[in-house]
Design a binder for this molecule. Structure first.
Ligand code: ZN
Ligand code: ZN
Length: 177
């Protein structure tokens, strides 16, 4: 989605777009699949720059952090940004940025080079942020058996779960010495 900033006058620029992003391209192994993404929003003129309000809606499939089964989740996230034209560094005057610091809200500011904003990078950053550090298929997921690797949600493998991991045994021996 390319937003022609130089063409925005009194009326906001409004967009609504379906796009697909290859899950592999985000290089997060826990992300298995991304559904079609609905990306919509508007850009208004505001002061020296613009204000962007957008929303992303899609489904993502990630692996459960315990049992490694795929977990499908709906995601909706809002994007709010102030857009300012990137100003070349002044040669020998007061810092141009001083005025920019005096904003009344804490919106993040994105500096734009040129007359157009390509939102794909913005979308990709949001997709990254929306991948949870750790997902669970359910709060009560039993995970994999540490001994035989069986998925304990669907089978009872009969391994002795009180069995101490040999690595802990080794540590204990070290500590006792
Ligand atoms: Zn699970
Ligand atoms: Zn087992």
């Amino acid at each position: 989605m390319r937003i022609p900033l130089d063409k925005i006058g009194d009326e906001p620029f409004v967009w609504r777009q379906q796009l697909t992003v290859n899950a592999d391209s985000l290089e997060r192994p826990e992300l298995l699949r991304l559904g079609e993404i609905l990306w919509q929003g508007s850009v208004d003129r505001e002061g020296e720059g613009f204000r962007l309000s957008g929303r992303l809606e899609y489904e993502q499939t990630v692996t459960c952090g315990r049992c490694l089964e795929p977990v499908l989740r709906s995601v909706g996230s809002d994007v709010r940004l102030r857009l300012l034209k990137a100003v070349p560094a002044p040669v020998d005057s007061d810092p141009v940025g001083s005025e920019i610091e005096l904003t009344e809200d804490d919106l993040e500011t994105l500096y734009i080079e040129g007359e157009e904003l390509d939102t794909l990078q913005l979308v990709r950053e949001q997709l990254q942020l929306n991948i949870p550090m750790r997902s669970l298929c359910s709060e009560t997921c039993q995970g994999l058996c540490p001994t035989c690797g069986a998925n304990r949600n669907s089978e009872s493998c009969g391994c002795d779960q009180d069995e101490v991991d040999p690595r802990w045994e080794a540590l204990k021996t070290l500590r006792d010495e």
